[in-house]
Design a protein around this ligand. Structure first.
Ligand SMILES: C[S@@+](CC[C@H](N)C(=O)[O-])C[C@H]1O[C@@H](n2cnc3c(N)ncnc32)[C@H](O)[C@@H]1O
Length: 277
């Protein structure tokens, strides 16, 4: 499948799976509903064809944005469009909006600002300080793209989806027969010094990676298949050794701190098939 036939997520998102959709497609079991405990930008949701979706993430701002877009569609897209002009692509303006975002209690305004910050901030990062304040610096892009088409596509497909702001472990309590689970946790580090886990306040540690593998094992015993993505490392090969099928491949990815150097990173997909006939 060429990338021209794929639907691009409207958010820039670290670790998004847009570029490896063809590998994911070959591994995803069929079912009625796709459940994603680590929804991120929704690349997998947007490029699969299940009847229903349950999209969860522990990033409150992300899930709130999806709920508002799903409900309001074009009206909300119009609100976001107002934040994409020459005058809004300026450093001082960006920092004022960042302060507004961190103070605002108005969820709709916050959601529109989240889209603005995502496209005008450095590298499309989503990073918070210890007090939960969004702290990504200005990105200095020439003309940030307003993803109107991509937001509209998301809105249309979101009519088949439910969005949940919860920790991944809780999502496993929501599973029903006929579900398929796709898990895309924050990557385990490729090296001891590397740290790619700051998607939201609080990281994702080794214990949580192991807990996820254990939840995949329990789910398949209950008849619900689970596919997990991660880096291909000694740790993940060990953590997913009970999987029925492991696919390894390389992908060009921006993994360095400055986001410019692209190295091929080893990826892995581990499928825990249903144990119930
Ligand atoms: C690799 S990204 C998912 C990318 C997504 N598949 C995509 O294509 O855009 C990992 C996601 O896990 C979320 N996350 C991190 N820790 C979590 C936790 N404990 N529970 C649920 N979600 C978590 C992050 O907010 C982030 O969106």
């Amino acid at each position: 499948m060429g990338s021209t036939t794929l639907n691009r997520p409207f958010l820039k998102w670290a670790g998004n799976k847009f570029r490896i959709m063809q590998h994911i497609h070959t591994m995803l079991p069929t079912g009625e509903r796709l459940v994603e405990p680590f929804a991120g930008s929704g690349a997998v949701f947007l490029n699969t064809d299940y009847d229903q979706y349950l999209l969860a993430d522990n990033n409150f701002d992300l899930i709130s944005l999806y709920q508002i877009l799903a409900e309001q569609g074009e009206d909300f897209i119009g609100q976001c469009a107002k934040l994409f002009r020459d005058a809004t692509n300026q450093e001082a303006y960006y920092y004022r909006r960042r302060i507004e975002f961190n103070k605002s209690k108005n969820l709709e305004r916050k959601a529109a600002l989240f889209v603005y910050l995502n496209r005008h901030g450095y590298n499309g990062l989503c990073r918070y300080n210890a007090s939960g304040g969004f702290n990504v610096p200005f990105g200095r892009y020439k003309r940030p793209y307003f993803p109107a088409k991509e937001m509209y596509r998301f809105y249309q497909k979101a009519q088949q989806a439910k969005f949940l702001h919860v920790d991944f472990a809780k999502v496993f309590n929501e599973l029903n027969t006929g579900d398929v689970v796709y898990c895309d946790p924050p990557y385990v580090p490729l090296s001891k010094s590397a740290n790619f886990t700051s998607y939201s306040a609080g990281g994702f540690d080794t214990q949580q990676q192991k807990q996820l593998a254990q939840l995949a094992e329990t789910s398949r015993q209950d008849g619900i298949p689970v596919l997990i993505s991660n880096h291909n490392t000694q740790f993940t090969r060990q953590a997913y050794k009970q999987a029925d099928n492991i696919k390894r491949f390389k992908v060009m990815r921006s993994i360095s701190c400055n986001g410019q150097q692209r190295k091929p990173a080893g990826e892995l997909l581990a499928l825990f098939e249903s144990r119930v006939a």
